[in-house]
Structure formats: structure tokens, C-alpha cells
Design a binder for this molecule. Sequence first.
Ligand SMILES: Nc1ncnc2c1ncn2[C@@H]1O[C@H](COP(=O)(O)OP(=O)(O)OP(=O)(O)O)[C@@H](O)[C@H]1O
Length: 274
Amino acid sequence: MTAIVSVERLDKSFGPHAALREIGFEIHAGELVTLIGPSGSGKSTLLRHLIGLTRADRRSHSHVRVLDRDVQHGGRLLGASREQRRRCGYIFQQFNLAGRLSVMTNVLIGHLGAMPRWRALTGRFTQQERDLALRALERVGIVGLAHQRANTLSGGQMQRVAIARALVQEAEVIFADEPIASLDPRSAREVMEILQRINREDGRTIVVTLHQVDVARRYCRRAIALKQGRLYYDGPIAGLTDVRLQALYENAGLDELESRQPDHRIATPLHAVG
Ligand SMILES: Nc1ncnc2c1ncn2[C@@H]1O[C@H](COP(=O)(O)OP(=O)(O)OP(=O)(O)O)[C@@H](O)[C@H]1O
């Protein structure tokens, strides 16, 4: 099976604090994998290593590969080619849209990497490219907002624009860092449903960090769980039993346990994740 993401012996420290220790795993084509764990366990730091925004410790033997190319090796970042960047899509909690531009233009920005350089510089798009963007907006259910400015949208709508942009980009792997953290429960559900659908229908590989265990259980088949910077669990989401989850979150504060409740009410930690 093709490894889309491969991580070996990843160590990362911030000063004296060990944020990641000896992390290793592979993610294969077509998987929808969630990175979960308590606040501060290293989920976002790990994701940032995968996308080349953070480098591992210099003296480590760490190795990160994405789509058959080295992202970093031994703490040295290796610059991604234009082609490599085109093949990876990113969705962040804070949407990362150009607020003053229209929804349509934001989506078309996803296509820049596939355009001839001279035309990308002029920012002129063909009718065919516009149709591609409209089809992507249709798939995420907001084609009616194509000509609205991005900064007038709700959080859920903005996240759909970010997904449509990744679709137009024809990204083979999508990295999503807490894509639903700022959304209300209904929008969060809708965004996760869209991610699940494009994973199932297009076979795109998706790696998503999540705070809510119930959401991870509903939409993801595999979980990679971190605890205090170490790999705590890697396997089918069904294998993350209540007992394992309780151990994973056992030092978590009340706020965090509450946020893991589907409806934000807390009973006991065990029920909170059941
Ligand atoms: N730039 C940084 N400088 C110093 N420490 C950092 C930096 N980034 C992360 N850390 C520390 O590394 C650890 C892991 O942080 P990270 O944000 O990856 O955790 P997380 O699991 O994503 O948390 P959350 O769920 O709260 O977002 C934390 O202790 C955090 O304080």
C-alpha cells in the first residue's frame, strides 16, 4: 500500500519542554485519520511538522515524507516544489481566506499551482476554471454564495470555501488543523460530513486534528492519539475504548472534558466520551 505520509523518530523540543518524542507512523492512500489527544499533547505541533511549518530537533534522526518526497530530515526542512505544494491541501481553524475577495476568487486561488506561471501572475481564469470552482462550491453546498465577499460569511461557510479550494486544487492529501474548533455543533457536523464524503467519493487522504472524541468516532476510521508528546494509540477508532480514552484524558481539566461531550454537558469522564 502506498504511504502518503510517513513519519519516523520525530522529536521536537521547545526549550527544555519535550513536545514530541519518538513519533512514528504511516498513513496510506485513501485513509481518513484523526489526530487526537488532550490539550498540549502535541497534535498541532505534529501536523505542522507534516506540512513543513515546523522543523524537528536538529540532532534527531527524524524523517517526514509526504507523497514520496522528504518534507524534512534530521531537523532540516527541504523546500517543497510547486508541484508538491499543489498536491497538498490545508484547512485551518482560522479559515485562511482572503476576506476582501469573493468566495469564487478564494476557491480559484486553489487552482493557481496548476496554471502556467505567467497566467497565475495575471490572476486571469478561464471559463473552464470558473466552472470547476462552481462545481466545487456546489459540492460543499454554497454555490449561491460564489460572488459574496469571503469576510461576510459565517465560520461554517468559510470552512466550506476552504474545502472547495482544496477540491479545485485537486489536492491528494488534505491536512486539517482543528477545522471545526470555532464552529457551532451543526456547522461542525456539516463540515465533517463534507470531509468524509470527499474522502469516500474521491479517495482523498485526510489527516485532521480534532478536540472532540465523539466527532472523531463518528467520522474517522483510524485514530492516532498523543499523550504528553508520545504516541499513545494508533489503530482503528473502535479500538479507542472508554477505558483507553479515560486513561488518555485522565489528567485533563474539567473544561476539556466538557468540550468532549457531544452536547457540552458533563456526567463523568467515562460517559463524556461514550
Ligand atoms: N511555538 C511554541 N513555543 C513553545 N512551546 C510551544 C510552541 N508550540 C507548541 N508549544 C508547546 O508544545 C506542546 C504541544 O502543543 P500543541 O499546540 O501541539 O498541542 P495540541 O495538542 O495541539 O493542543 P490543543 O489541543 O490545545 O491545541 C504544548 O506544551 C505547547 O505549549
